[in-house]
Design a protein around this ligand. Structure first.
Ligand code: SAH
Length: 284
């Protein structure tokens, strides 16, 4: 076993011992709507990053089946969403397919209407049941790491929540499987995704810590909730050459990248700090 090659499951201690590598996320603090508005106005004439024109879109938002009721909102939100993508690019996300996916998915349709005006700030937002829709930057960053510039075939997401990240993933992979343990959120995601008629997402209600052995192996596995270690079943369901990206830890969390190098070996790398809701066993 090489220096950074490890047997799994990894203990939290083994993760924390590598904290020397941890770099602080540039977006650890959620921005406020006011700061964002100020940023947007200040930068509205900037010509540095225009994802809408520079990014080759896999699918434009208009290609998704957004309902007529949302069309008016769509025109306004397109601009705000482009500003959000520009910010994410400025924070270091480079993968043009990922930026295009972020631009294509109408995030405001995944939060309740009272929060729609905040949908494009760089923060997680409540979706009920003590859960949150993840921050746009971290969704993009994790997707970029998962993809690693390659075409993904079959991927698994643990923690569907409202379905936003699954929608983003659907534009960078051929098949997306997503598991949620809270029945009400599984239903919410179905309702949110149905009008968009995204054909390559399969939602499952269940305990994501067990994965989906009947569908495995996966080229990529992404966790949207933090456990003290990466569940062993998920490591087993990763294809050789595949990548898993997960937040790991309790109060202090880091993003952990795991690459399966052979039938019995996995490489682990600790990336930046992050903050996610906890991974729980079982269903409710
Ligand atoms: N992917 C979502 C993030 C949702 S928050 C987004 O697009 O924003 C994380 C979700 O993980 C919560 O909905 C929580 O219920 C779920 N979760 C936690 N533990 C889980 C488990 N063991 N299996 C499946 N889902 C889990």
């Amino acid at each position: 076993m090489s220096g950074n090659e490890k047997r799994f499951p990894l203990s939290l201690a083994s993760v924390v011992s590598q904290r020397g590598n941890v770099r602080k996320s540039p977006t650890a603090m959620p921005q406020t709507a006011v700061q964002n508005a100020a940023f947007h106005i200040k930068n509205s004439h900037s010509s540095t990053i225009k994802p809408s024109t520079q990014v080759p879109l896999a699918k434009k938002a208009s290609a998704l089946a957004v309902t007529p009721q949302t069309a008016g909102v769509g025109m306004v939100s397109d601009k705000i969403r482009q500003a959000m993508v520009a910010r994410v690019a400025q924070q270091g996300v480079k993968d043009s397919l990922v930026l295009a996916a972020l631009e294509a998915i109408p995030r405001h349709l995944f939060v309740e209407s009272g929060l729609a005006s905040q949908a494009y700030i760089d923060a997680s937002l409540p979706i009920g049941h003590h859960q949150t829709i993840s921050q746009p930057y971290i969704v993009a960053r994790m997707t970029e790491i998962l993809r690693n510039g390659k075409n993904l075939h079959r991927i698994l997401e643990i923690g569907t929540g409202c379905g936003y990240q699954a929608a983003v993933l659907s534009l960078v992979a051929k098949e997306v499987y997503s598991i949620e343990r809270i029945k009400a959120l599984h239903e919410l995601a179905k309702n949110n995704l149905r009008p968009m008629r995204i054909a390559n997402i399969r939602l499952h209600y269940g305990d994501g810590m067990l994965g989906l052995p009947q569908v495995a192996p996966f080229d990529g596995i992404i966790l949207a909730a933090a456990g003290l270690e990466v569940p062993h079943a998920l490591l087993e369901q990763l294809a050789i050459g595949g990548r898993l990206i997960a937040p790991v830890g309790g109060r202090q969390q880091v993003l952990q990248l795991v690459e399966r190098t052979s039938q019995h070996a996995w490489n682990s790398t600790i990336l930046e700090q992050c903050h996610f809701v906890p991974l729980h066993q079982g269903v409710i």
